[in-house]
Unconditional design. Structure first.
Length: 181
């Protein structure tokens, strides 16, 4: 299985980089893409990482899932976003997995994907999902083909949900067993 993980300047380091590393450890092919004008992405905590590709250069039909991490960038671009919302909408319409963590679910809410669905997100960001059912006490939540997670402190839970959804419980449990040693 092959998926996209969207990187933007000021993306939350752990939510992006740990998620990618753990999913790759589980055997999933995760390609980082960006809508920025450069592949060199500056994270929230000052790291510079290189995205694998520009988002416009990938063939979306080649991918089975998409992941939207949170970070300061969400508040900076949410009102004028023209790329992430259409991307997640396309994956959702094709019944592919859409996963978002922390403030990342705001893109799903703005795209209307959380209307009538249960979700979790970073506290305060639920304002962009007024037609959804916010579950602030949940670390992660799967509703249909959408997985949401509360924040950086639940990355392992988030990855577990993704692996379980895509590869099954045995693979998700094996990943946890491997990293706990």
């Amino acid at each position: 299985m092959k998926g996209l993980l969207v990187l933007s300047h000021d993306v939350e380091d752990v939510e992006a980089l740990a998620t990618r590393a753990l999913l790759r450890r589980a055997g999933l092919d995760v390609v980082t893409v960006t809508f920025e004008s450069t592949l060199d992405i500056r994270t929230s905590f000052g790291l510079t990482v290189k995205a694998d590709r520009f988002a416009f250069d990938v063939h979306l039909d080649d991918y089975d899932f998409v992941i939207i991490p949170g970070g300061r960038y969400v508040a900076q671009v949410i009102d004028k976003d023209q790329h992430i919302q259409p991307l997640v909408r396309l994956f959702h319409e094709q019944q592919k997995l859409v996963a978002a963590i922390c403030a990342g679910p705001r893109f799903l809410g703005r795209a209307g994907l959380l209307d009538g669905k249960s979700f979790t997100a970073f506290p305060g960001s639920e304002k962009d999902m007024p037609k959804g059912h916010y579950q602030p006490d949940r670390k992660t939540l799967t509703d249909g083909n959408i997985i949401t997670a509360r924040g950086a402190g639940v990355v392992y839970d988030f990855v577990y949900e993704i692996v379980q959804y895509l590869l099954g419980t045995d693979k998700a449990d094996a990943l946890l067993a491997e990293i706990r040693h």
